[in-house]
Design a protein around this ligand. Structure first.
Ligand code: AMP
Length: 428
C-alpha cells in the first residue's frame, strides 16, 4: 500500500518519498485509515514499527485540509511524549514530513531554557510536541494554550504513566475545552493505562500490530550467564572477538554507565554515555557520535534511551537485566526494526535469573543460553581455586582479584562476597 494511494497531499507524499518511505508499515496500514475517519485510537505498537508516521500523517493532512492557521500562543495539535529525546525525535520526524507544507512544528521539554521555547510558542504553533511536565509549566505561565486543540496524541503512554506524569496529564486535560480526536500509542499495556484510556478516549478503535508485550520477530535473543564482576570484561571481549560495530548497552544505574564507559575506553573501545545526569547537549552529542559511528558503544540508562530512534541498530546488550520485564521489551525495541535482523544480548548473574523467567514468559520465547568458557558462574569455584594456587603477581582480573592471598576456600568465598557487596553498593 503506497502513501500516494492514501490521499495525502502531494507535498507530504514528496517529503515521505525523500524519507525513503515507499510502503506503509503494518501499524500505518491499520491506524491511518481509521484516524483519517476521525476515530479515537488506542494502539499497542512496539517502538520501531513506524508509529510516529501512523499518528502524525493523519493529523498533518487534517490540519492542511482545514486551511486554518494557529492563532497567537495556541496549539492546534498536541503530542505528548515521556522524554525530551523522544519529543525531539518526534518533532524532527514531523518537520521532515511537513517540510513542503506551511505547517509549523515546535517541541518543548525540560532541560532547555524556557525563554527560547516561549518565543517559539508566541506566534502560535500548528503541531506542538511536549513532555507533560514542561508543558504544564508553559500553560501555567500563559505561554501557550491547549484550550482549542483539535488533536491530542499520547506517544509511549505507558512510559508517560511510569514516569509519574499522570497528574500533569490530568491537569493538561482540564485545560482542553474542545473535543479533540485522541490517539494513544503504547508499547505495553497495564491496568493504569487502561483506566486512563477508558477515562479520556471516546469509543476508541483498538489497534495492535503484534501481540502486546512482544519484541520484533526478527530479533535473536541470547543470554550469557556471567558473574557481575566480569561483565565489563565479557562486554569488551564480545565486542572485540565478534567485531560488533554499533552496540547500545543498557545499565540500571548512572554510576554503572560511567564505570562501564571508563573501562571500555581503557580497553581501547570508543564509548559514550547517555544518562539523566548528563546535560541535554552532552546527551545529544553522545547520540550523534554513536549514530555517526564515531563511537562504537553507547552506554545508557532506560529513561535516557527510551524512544531513541537509531536506525539499523545491530546489537543491544543488557549489561544489567532490567528490573521490569516490560523494560526488556522497550530496550530490545532498538534492534530488529522495520523487518531488519536484530541481536539482543543479556548478561545475567545468578540474582538476575528470576528476571529472565519473567522476560521469557512475557515475550513467550526462550532466550538462548551461551556459556562462554571462563565466564559462567559455575566456574567460579575453579576460579577461586586458581586464585589460591597462582602467585599473587600472576593473578588476573582486577575485580575478581582480592588484595590478600587466602589460605583456604572459605576465606576466598568471604572476600568474593565482600567484593560483590562493595560492587553492589557502588552501583546503587
Ligand atoms: P518509529 O516507530 O516511528 O520510531 O519509526 C521507526 C523507523 O521506521 C524510523 O526510522 C522511521 O523513519 C522508519 N519508518 C517509518 N515509517 C516507514 C515506512 N513507511 N517505510 C520505511 N521506514 C519507515
Amino acid at each position: 500500500m503506497s502513501f500516494a494511494s492514501q490521499g495525502f497531499a502531494p507535498e507530504v507524499v514528496k517529503a515521505l518519498d525523500e524519507c525513503g518511505y515507499e510502503k506503509l508499515t503494518p501499524i500505518q496500514q491499520q491506524a491511518i485509515p481509521v484516524a483519517r475517519r476521525g476515530h479515537d485510537i488506542f494502539a499497542t505498537a512496539q517502538t520501531g514499527t513506524g508509529k510516529t508516521a501512523a499518528f502524525s500523517l493523519p493529523l498533518i493532512q487534517k490540519l492542511l485540509d482545514s486551511g486554518k492557521s494557529a492563532s497567537r500562543k495556541t496549539a492546534r495539535a498536541l503530542i505528548l511524549a515521556p522524554t525530551r529525546e523522544l519529543a525531539e525525535q518526534i518533532a524532527d520526524n514531523i518537520k521532515a514530513y511537513t517540510k513542503y507544507t506551511p505547517l509549523s512544528v515546535t517541541s518543548v521539554f525540560g532541560g532547555r531554557k524556557m525563554s527560547s521555547q516561549v518565543r517559539a510558542l508566541e506566534t502560535g504553533v500548528d503541531i506542538l510536541v511536549a513532555t507533560p511536565g514542561r508543558l504544564e509549566e508553559h500553560i501555567e505561565q500563559g505561554n501557550v494554550s491547549v484550550a482549542n486543540i483539535e488533536f491530542l496524541v499520547f506517544d509511549e503512554a505507558d512510559r508517560i504513566l511510569d514516569m509519574g506524569f499522570i497528574h500533569a496529564v490530568r491537569k493538561i486535560m482540564l485545560d482542553v475545552n474542545t473535543d479533540p480526536q485522541i490517539m494513544m500509542f503504547s508499547a505495553t499495556t497495564s491496568s493504569q493505562l487502561n483506566l486512563l484510556a477508558k477515562d479520556i478516549l471516546r469509543k476508541p478503535k483498538r489497534i495492535a500490530v503484534e501481540r502486546a508485550n512482544t519484541t520484533a520477530s526478527t530479533v535473536a535473543h541470547v543470554l550469557y550467564p556471567v558473574e557481575q564482576e566480569r561483565k565489563t570484561e565479557l562486554l569488551s571481549e564480545l565486542i572485540g572477538r565478534k567485531n560488533w560495530q554499533q552496540v547500545l548497552v543498557f545499565v540500571n544505574y548512572k554510576e554503572t554507565a560511567n564505570d562501564v564507559v571508563q573501562e571500555l575506553k581503557l580497553n581501547g573501545i570508543k564509548a559514550v554515555v547517555c544518562h539523566g545526569d548528563k546535560a541535554q547537549s552532552a546527551r545529544r552529542r553522545a547520540l550523534d557520535e554513536f549514530k555517526s559511528g564515531k563511537a562504537r558503544v553507547m552506554v545508557a540508562t532506560d529513561v535516557a534511551a527510551r524512544g531513541l530512534d537509531i536506525e539499523d541498530l545491530p546489537h543491544v546488550v543488557n549489561y544489567d537485566m532490567p528490573f521490569l520485564a516490560e523494560d526488556y521489551v522497550h530496550r530490545i525495541g532498538r534492534t530488529g526494526r522495520a523487518g531488519k535482523r536484530g541481536h539482543a544480548v543479556s548478561f545475567v548473574n545468578r540474582d538476575e535469573e528470576l528476571t529472565v523467567v519473567q522476560v521469557e514468559n512475557l515475550i513467550q520465547q526462550p532466550l538462548r543460553r551461551i556459556e562462554l568458557a571462563g565466564y559462567e558462574p559455575k566456574n567460579r569455584d575453579s576460579y577461586i581455586e586458581k586464585l589460591h594456587t597462582k602467585p599473587s603477581s600472576q593473578r588476573q582480573g582486577r575485580r575478581n582479584n582480592p588484595n590478600q592471598p587466602s589460605t583456604d576456600q572459605a576465606a576466598a568465598e568471604r572476600r568474593l562476597a565482600m567484593v560483590r557487596r562493595l560492587k553492589a553498593r557502588r552501583t546503587q
